[in-house]
Design a protein around this ligand. Sequence first.
Ligand code: ADP
Ligand code: MG
Length: 657
Amino acid sequence: MGVINVLDKHVAELIAAGEVVERPASAIKEMIENSIDAGSSDITVEIQNGGITFMRVTDNGCGIMRDDVKLAFLPHATSKIKLENDLDRISTLGFRGEALSSISSVSRLQLLTRNENEDIGISYEIDGGEEVSFDDAGCPVGTTIIVRDLFYNIPARMKFLKKDRAEGNAVANVIDKIALSHPEIAFTFIRDGKRVLNTSGDGKIKSAIYSVYGRDFANGLIPVNYELNGITVKGYISKPVNARPNRSMQNFFINGRYVKSVTAMAAIEEACKGNVMVGKFPACVLHISIPFEAIDVNVHPSKIEVRFINERPVFDAVYHAVKTSLNNNDERKSVTFNNARNDNAFSEIKKPKPFVTTPAVFEKKEEKKSDPFAYLNEAIKSSKPIKSFNPSVSNFNSPTDIYSKEAVRREADIEHKIQENINRTKPEDTVIVSKSKNELNIPDEELIVNETKEVVEKEPEPLYAQPKNKLTFLGEAFKTYILVEKNDKEIIIIDKHAAHERMIYERLKKERGAGFTQVLLQPITVTLNKNDYESAISNLDMFKECAFDIEDFGNGSLIVRGAPQYLDISDIESSVIEMAGYIAQNKKDIRSEKMDWIYHNVACRAAIKGGNISTREELIDIANKLDEDPTLRYCPHGRPVCMVLSRYELEKQFGRV
Ligand code: ADP
Ligand code: MG
């Protein structure tokens, strides 16, 4: 006897339902899309227990006609298409006719609806796909659907649901995206009795962004408004300085539908080259309108991916749209020496941190008479606040120093490295860009400055010696390598960033963040997407073990009260976003693997950077610690931390032995 059975209708329906309705968020998405297709201008969503026990979507759309009510719940029943040809010009969000039949077969559902042409409405109840009642009901024009006890009749599915909070956040995430995609509709979202979102429906994308992501985020945006060959691109992109460490806040909507578009991501990436640091991604809310014939929405059942008949025009439109907006809003202050000639400019020169001069200068460069910047050095030397420090300091702290080639490159290296880790763990994000320092758009004149700095003529004196190790500090090369002499036998060259990184990493790991937290004078709030937020608040202990003091600030935000020592204030927000994103993405990793990644990441950011100025004490401290603990010889990424040049090797080179 054969083994193949034709499944009975009920089982087949349950399987089909499982594909459309995976969790409360997917049911909510389908119901809201129906409300939008019905022409609603006001949609209210309410959920309890993450939507598992209760979901209600109320709209003021056209309603369903009495004769259509039962039909709407049959599989493949739709009012949106009739013929094959209609598939080529779908402008509605739904068209498969699966949602209502699926949701009603896996829940207890009640529909209240009144069509605009009818005087009396209908109340229709279905339990697990079986009709319970069909009655007249007094109700306003529009539709309300109440879904109770999702998956009550498929316990196997029920098991796959996450905690109420996670399911609720997934619903919130869906509503956020839909609210951003339809600013002309007023959305209200009530979660366990609390109103958590309310958009105005005034048609302005910015208003929707304000409601969804908050004021700070909305204020850091640049408008985008562009048309190219029939494709329009409208919306907002974050200012380059507000770029984020991952792409989780890049929102693309194509013809009103939230999509993941690799093409659009790549176009933004390309357009931002030179404006946004390597490894950073601008946040955006971009509405792309394309003639309906040019896209195939029938690709993915949840319709989150779109396929363009031709990718190029979309790429070009997004690229030029973003590029044009960035050019129009270039607020970067270029620090040039003409500014410095102006007296006021000196008040802007930051007081350098007191530090002892670096004596590692083995070669004296001739100061060129024609040096166009010589007057600045002179001016700095004679300017009061700076004069109180060692005069050589001023040469290293010209306002342009932050733009030194080396600093830019090292910075980019670090960023790139962090990004590599992220990319490695996010296979779906395939767009990886690399930018060279030349693409950072820094005019050549500014780069030259650092090379023309005056060099201190001073013999390196043996500055530091610890009898125990006979370690003598010689100095620092290229603002990156510490040079020490040991026991009269060898010269050790230490990469200061790699060494410091390794030390921080070991300490975080060993002490699990204890005693490494620095309290912030001003707490920082960090806004996350709902998914990352959920992961973050369920893993606050991980942040703690990394020396962060973070609390849930509600509705997608965290408040950071303390952060690891050495971590720059400006790095705190992106570190937290990155960690949350990583934890969310790598749920399956065992905890220690996750912690390890986080320790690496924090250590890399917190460590002093090659190319940046360090105090002599800092450098000596690093050299001593490294010498005391040979296990620190490699950075957490596996690169060597130091190199040894033996006296014998050196003497051999000079033909002495
Ligand atoms: P689809 O959206 O793919 O057509 P659904 O199962 O989601 O299929 O809905 C079936 C039909 O029920 C829709 O085509 C529409 O005519 C009607 N409908 C569903 N929800 C609403 C609503 N909120 N307002 C008006 N009509 C609705
Ligand atoms: Mg639908």
